[in-house]
Design a protein around this ligand. Sequence first.
Ligand code: NAD
Length: 505
Amino acid sequence: MFPVNNNDNTPRLAPPLQPRRFEMFIDGRWTQGSATAQVTRYSPSHEVPVSVYPAAGVDDVQQAVAAARRAFDHGTWARSSGALRAGVLLRTAALIRQHSEALALQETFETGKPISQARGEVLGAAGIWEYAAGQAQALHGDSFNNLGDSLLGLVTREPVGVVGLITPWNFPFFILAERLPFILASGCTVVAKPSELTSGTTLMLAGLMQEAGLPDGVLNVLTGPGAVLGQAISAHADIDMVSFTGSTEVGRLTMAAATGNMKKVGLELGGKNPQVVFADADLDAAADAIVFGICFNAGQCCVSGSRLIVERSVEQALTEKICALLDKVRIGDPLHEGTQVGSITEARHLERVLGYIEQGRREGARLLRGGQRIESPTGMYLQPTVFADVTPQMVIAREEIFGPVLTITAFDSFEQAMALANDTPFGLAASLWSRNLETALQATRQIKAGRVWVNTTIAGGPELPSGGFKQSGIGREAGRYGVEEYTELKSVHVQLGARTPWVSA
Ligand code: NAD
């Protein structure tokens, strides 16, 4: 049956007849670099080629880093006024809005996500660029006027230098927006390497930034094999900081490679995020958010609330509500306007998610919904899957599945709920559901996660920082913290008047 639960059977949009051919962007020029091979990206939902990219090598990393280094050291960007940088970022935001439909289509072609959500992602990204522009002018240091009559202390912020920016495939344009404009606002220059599965919108953005007046060399974009380029960027001695978003496993490799020149490291990694529901919660609201949390982007979402931890007295009622809502979710062709869940982004990843589902069955969890791939002429669609009677030791409760799979575990006391929620090596996000202010606030205090939602999930804007506790990462993105992350602090001590001599006359 396909599309599933999707009444809108006439797609108004279609995949391209020919793939779009991209070049890389190095030092303000479009180039094939040293590439002798190309990477062809097929639409995961339509199985036609949608993009072709140069497969860059280590020589291209050298070229891109040299360009970013020159641009940084020259100072036209790093030492320019915040107002100048804000102007470029705002013009970029306007161009993103102007080209939003083309960007959203490219995102859908490469990721398989519903077009309505790709549009939301692109327009949301434009808003982040606008916010980050303000941060270019808001960025400031500190002063100490309390060091006595003869000493004044200043703390200034300087851009850290050349930043290597490595991004994943799940929200290619949005994640870029949560990092790149903040990095540029600080005055840094960038060598970006998007995922080889979804490089299109990052290259399109480079074109828009050029149009917006970004000086040559400030942003460079490389495409090609992640392991080769990602490691070369992470290890490069002329890169001062690497900002990596992706799996905890690859984050560890990035961090190890960065030790050569002790570069600063920002890591935004995986999660296994609890949805903790207390008995006094609004169960209808919680059920809807839980369904959204595991289905959004087909569960390929770092903050997906994939572990339901529910008070035993309401477990059955909540589970029934969740299953009833899941049956209504519209899964199918991402180019249909009404689709809510599109294709899994990559065949290898689909196999991985199906492997976890099989593991859940073997471990003795009770399968309540889903568990199968959905038959379709093209594409990789997965039934949203729910497992009950999940114990905290099971692999499906411990590892990030990164698919539409929910595990359910019951608790009997507040203390047990907190212990279960924190029983994970990750600490990215958590959602809490209670009508009792004290329960909600006590839980907020005890949860070890970088982002906590109370009576909602996956909500917010660029004002608040994002990042993880424990093995979910190091550092923060967005908000004023997101721009400060890409600066070094310098303490300046200014002697006022004569200094007391050390050697007596
Ligand atoms: P991934 O770790 O496989 O790849 C991420 C990026 O690293 C890609 O650009 C890839 O090409 C590159 N890469 C591959 N091998 C590399 C290496 N050896 N050294 C350096 N870079 C290398 O992750 P993914 O599959 O693209 O994305 C999914 C993961 O990302 C999930 O774990 C998800 O939770 C995480 N994620 C985290 C956040 C966050 O903000 N915390 C946001 C989105 C995704």
